[in-house]
Design a protein around this ligand. Structure first.
Ligand code: ADP
Ligand code: MG
Length: 691
């Protein structure tokens, strides 16, 4: 239930003065459908209006004059503007209207009247012009022209100054609310009450007030972060409260582990014991296994599946593509079958009686493990005793898809796997409702990938070397990212590149892109996995997890426009086999200093988490890691980078609030409910909605 104090903010934007049927859609596009959304749209810049005179005015300046109207100069020909000439003690100022009703202007501003005029100055030689002044008032009212004016997001048909009026009105609708933050903490940090914080944020007096570090904006950011962390904590608690089958690790998994051709790394052992702790606990597991590409997540998953099988349960591992599913099957099946377990691979390719036979094995429980794609959660797939689902590259699945698989059993445990390196500082925001295990150590024996940057003009040289490597049996990825606004243009770039390479390398060049049908894409990928294709040109991220040990060369075009984390992931697809591996980051010269530094980080480090953290520091704001695409929440007041020091505080605070007052009935609890209602937090789907 929404508290009454919020009703004015939950009113439709059309209740704001001046927001009629024409303007409403524009406001909605810029802000959102309700008054709160307008309140939450903070100014991004400032205009300063400098009081000036005709003699002193400078081109490009936004300035305020006080002039006496000297003459109206109607257009001589159509297409010409209406002009008003005004003067002050130092010279003339011409005011110009391209649109506007001359006679009306004449009535409003008769010759001899004194007017305060403000707008952008254009100087043509000695002539000063102001086109379509922002303000034109009686001279006595000059003080009403704000010396500093916040700039709001604008769109065609809705200028910033109009939006500002709406924002001011939205502000006036906001009632003071009971304080939900800890007063002692607010005082220590010097943060204002929320109503005042909005006033300050909407009335900046200088650039410092626009900074995310200003106290007002920090206050508002903290409110949003706390609301989000509360929602995550409640969801996590809700999931925890559901019972899950108790699975205790036994002899079967032990034997499977012993039979591995390698020993688990320390990080794998740690992750596995965290998973086992959850499985044995009697509550549903919701755990994310995070680890760089190649860090060895699959074997951890495999041993958890062995645990489940040992306890008489089934498990299912779902991957986003057929190739990945098949690769998982090929690695898991031998180990599990050696322990007497039956493993079924189920993909879209399975049809007819073969498929029916597989479904039968899952339904009657004779297969302990299913590996597959989206085919796994189809309605006619049933399990006898599904207790564990493992989702690889989990952000590639929708919430409903994951849920449909989980719903095929009772209290099914979830283990999600992701190779997107999220810096530790942001982990709480992205995965606040999951428990997280990290594999932060690579299996031994990997040779680091020699990484270098090269300008585009060196492509012929690179292709030369590529040819001799391919002749020697090596394989390469050549990535042409999406860089323009138009997918068509990008696709052409990739096609052109593939055609160029074909001229030199012949039929050993394959092309995959996002617009190909999945089956066709899979076929090309498979040809690459099988070694028939030597160079795979790809428009975007191909399959992050795909394992082609023989691929040892990664060329990435427009590397300077990629997020570092993404570059790192791409690079992670080579360096898996015996061959010396290399990664070439192509850029369009010249390289900016920041771009240079970013590429340097990649050259120096091979640790995804470290890279992500450094990238964050270097970029310092916005959406540094392309996180929005991976389901990162779209904050409106908080900047996950600039305010990252507040994230952990908010998470702690949320835990504490709920520990003391789980039902939020105390006075502070009530205030916290108002906070939650204010943000009405509906999490973006995606990563932070696993399970
Ligand atoms: P991820 O899914 O995390 O990208 P994988 O699970 O596919 O990584 O593992 C990558 C490769 O490393 C696989 O070939 C796997 O057999 C191997 N591997 C995993 N763990 C170890 C280990 N502890 N020692 C040696 N090799 C390992
Ligand atoms: Mg993997």
């Amino acid at each position: 239930m929404r508290p009454e104090s919020l009703f004015p903010l939950y009113a439709a934007i059309s209740t704001l003065k001046g927001v009629g049927p024409r303007v409403a859609p524009l406001v909605e596009k810029l802000a959102g459908p309700i008054v709160r959304d307008v309140l939450f749209s903070l100014p991004q810049a400032l205009i300063r209006r400098t009081p000036t005179t005709a003699a002193l005015a400078q081109d490009g300046q936004v300035a305020t004059f006080v002039v006496t109207i000297d003459a109206h100069l109607p257009p001589q020909r159509s297409g010409q503007p209406w002009r008003i000439r005004g003067w002050d003690d130092t010279g003339f100022v011409t005011l110009v209207w391209f649109k506007g009703h001359g006679p009306h202007l004449e009535r409003q501003h008769p010759v001899g009247a004194r007017r305060a005029v403000s707008g952008k100055v254009e100087r043509f030689g000695s002539e000063i012009q102001v086109a379509h002044p922002d303000y034109m008032l009686e001279a006595e009212r000059v003080d009403e022209i704000p010396p500093v004016e916040p700039v709001y997001p604008a769109t065609a048909g809705l200028p910033s100054r109009t939006f500002r009026k709406f924002a001011q009105e939205a502000l006036s609708r906001a009632l003071p609310l009971p304080e939900w933050q800890d007063p002692a903490w607010l005082e220590r940090e010097g943060l204002p009450p929320w109503r005042e914080a909005f006033e300050l944020a909407h009335g900046p007096e200088g650039e410092a007030d626009l900074s995310p570090l200003s106290l007002a904006r920090r206050r508002l950011a903290y409110d949003e972060l706390l609301a989000h962390q509360l929602a995550l904590a409640q969801r996590k608690a809700g999931k925890r409260a559901q019972p899950g089958p108790r699975i205790v690790s036994g002899a079967l998994a032990e034997a499977a582990e012993k039979a591995l051709p390698f020993r688990l790394t320390g990080a794998q052992v740690r992750a596995l014991s965290e998973v086992r702790g959850d499985l044995a606990h009697g509550e549903r597991m919701s755990r994310l296994l995070q680890g760089d590409v190649g860090s060895g997540k699959t074997v951890v998953a495999m041993l958890a599946m062995a645990d489940a099988a040992g306890a008489g349960f089934q498990s299912a591992l779902m991957a986003p593509t057929e190739i990945l599913a098949r690769q998982h099957y090929e690695t898991l099946a031998p180990s599990l079958e050696a322990q007497g377990l039956a493993v079924v691979l189920l993909t879209g390719r399975d049809k007819g009686s073969a498929r029916a036979a597989k479904l039968q094995k899952l339904a009657d429980g004779s297969a302990a493990v299913a590996v597959g794609t989206h085919a796994l959660f189809q309605d006619d797939v049933a399990f006898k005793a599904l207790s564990l689902t493992i989702i690889d590259e989990q952000h590639r699945f929708g919430v409903n898809e994951r849920r449909r698989l989980q719903d095929k059993g009772e209290g099914v445990h979830l283990l999600a796997m992701s190779a997107t390196p999220i810096p530790r500082t942001l982990e709480l925001t992205v995965f606040g409702d999951l428990d997280v295990s990290r594999i932060d150590e690579k299996p031994p024996g990997r040779t680091p990938v020699a990484t270098r940057a090269a300008p585009l003009p060196r492509v012929p040289e690179i292709v030369d070397r590529l040819r001799s490597a391919i002749d020697g049996g090596a394989q390469a990825f050549w990535i042409c990212p999406l860089v323009s606004e138009s997918e068509k243009v990008d696709l052409r770039a990739a096609e052109d590149r593939a055609a160029d390479l074909k001229k030199i390398l012949g039929s050993r060049v394959g092309l995959v892109h996002g617009q190909m049908p999945a089956a066709e894409k899979d076929a090309v990928m498979q040809a690459f996995v099988d070694g028939e294709v030597g160079v795979l040109v790809a428009t975007t991220v191909v399959e992050v997890g795909v394992n082609v040990p023989n691929a040892s060369i990664m060329v990435i075009e427009h590397a300077d426009r990629f997020g570092l984390a993404q570059l790192h992931q791409l690079r992670g697809r080579v360096g898996r086999g015996m061959r010396e591996s290399s990664c070439v980051l192509l850029y369009d010269p010249p390289l900016s200093e920041v771009a240079q530094q970013r590429l340097d980080i990649l050259r120096r480090s091979d640790d995804g988490f470290e890279i992500a953290e450094k990238d964050l520091e270097l970029r310092g704001g916005g959406d540094p890691l392309g996180l929005k695409q991976s389901g990162f929440p779209a904050y409106r007041l908080a900047d996950p980078v600039a305010h990252r020091d507040l994230i952990a505080v908010a998470a702690d605070d949320a835990r504490l609030i709920l520990a003391r007052d789980p039902d939020l009935t105390s006075p502070r609890g009530q205030a916290v409910r108002t906070l939650q209602a204010l943000f009405d937090w509906k999490p973006a789907s995606g990563i932070n909605d696993a399970g």
